[in-house]
Design a protein around this ligand. Structure first.
Ligand SMILES: [Zn+2]
Length: 53
């Protein structure tokens, strides 16, 4: 299950996705995608986000 990095909601369908620095990010909605791509650092954690695995 992907988590939207902007609002931390679970993303059911990976419709909205962006590749930044070779990493694919998935978003719950277009607004989150735009916000993230506008300022990726604002939403990125300093360390790699732990995927639930
Ligand atoms: Zn979101």
């Amino acid at each position: 299950m992907e988590i939207c990095p902007v609002c931390n909601k679970e993303v059911d369908q990976s419709i909205f996705s962006s590749v930044i620095d070779g990493v694919v990010y998935r978003f719950c909605c277009e607004r989150c995608q735009r916000n993230f791509t506008a300022e990726p650092r604002k939403f990125m954690n300093c360390c790699e986000d732990s995927t639930d695995r």
